[in-house]
Ligand binder design. Structure first.
Ligand code: ATP
Length: 235
């Protein structure tokens, strides 16, 4: 199996004593969409935060293409794009500048052609000079994705990309995520919605109370979920 991310024995205990992750092992395969399914507080954001280098693990290892030391991991980090759950973006910023700035944060030089390509692929080019705060909710989410893609990562994490969005926007987001996978990106998306994991993912993992209790191909998982969904708080 060609795994791009390998997570072993990952634990996180926050200062308040909450055990958010209790020893998670997981391999992400190159080019797949992996759906991480779990209820509120299950540990999804913590897991993503650690893999993306934003949260320090209490124990365990994360390797990206086999590299786990700090220097190599920094290089690996530049290969990862993160679309956060919250609309964490400067509402007074303008679309194109914001996306260009995000590329710069990864030490990549200016590349107007790349920025244009990203904005066009997300149907944001016509809005390039707009103030982000003036855009619709769906367009704001697209800006978050553009920011995550600006430095051309080949691994993309999407933390609950469709939480609180309406059905038509959810379908647009699914189409967009499918397109990114078709371009060869490895995608990890977290969700509360079984329907979303079923629609999008190649494999699904179910996390509950800090433990990854099931990981399987989608079809096998849908059968198992029929029996366990209620016990892990999924609808
Ligand atoms: P949601 O779907 O609600 O976003 P989640 O699956 O992403 O939930 P996490 O945000 O990873 O879950 O939270 C896992 C547990 O860790 C929860 O009990 C949460 O309250 C706790 N937690 C998260 N961040 C912190 C923090 N900074 N300090 C203390 N506890 C935290």
């Amino acid at each position: 199996m060609d795994s791009v991310i390998s997570i072993k024995g990952l634990r996180k205990t926050y200062d308040a004593g909450t055990e958010a992750l209790k020893g998670v092992d997981l391999d992400i395969r190159r080019g797949e969409i992996f759906g991480l399914l779990g209820e509120n507080g299950a540990g999804k954001t913590t897991l993503i935060g650690i893999v993306c280098g934003l949260i320090r693990a209490t124990a365990g290892t994360v390797t990206v293409d086999g590299h786990d030391n700090v220097t190599a991991y920094r290089a690996a980090r530049a290969r990862i794009g993160l679309v956060p759950q919250e609309l964490a973006v400067d509402m007074f910023g303008h679309v194109r500048h914001t996306v260009e700035f995000s590329r710069g944060l990864f030490g990549k030089g200016r590349d107007p052609a790349r920025i244009e390509e990203v904005l066009r692929s997300l149907s944001l080019w016509d809005k390039r000079d707009a103030k982000i705060g003036d855009l619709s909710g769906g367009m704001k989410r697209r800006v978050l994705i553009a920011k995550a893609l600006a430095h051309d990562p080949d691994i993309l994490f999407l933390d609950e990309p469709t939480a609180g969005v309406d059905v038509s926007l959810r379908r647009d987001m699914w189409a967009l995520i499918g397109k990114l996978r078709d371009e060869g990106k490895t995608i990890i998306l977290t969700t509360h919605y079984i329907e979303e994991a079923e629609e999008m993912a190649d494999r699904i993992g179910v996390i509950t109370r800090g433990e990854l209790i099931l990981v399987d191909e989608k079809r096998a998982m849908m059968e198992k979920l029929g029996q366990t969904r209620l016990s892990v708080g999924l609808k």
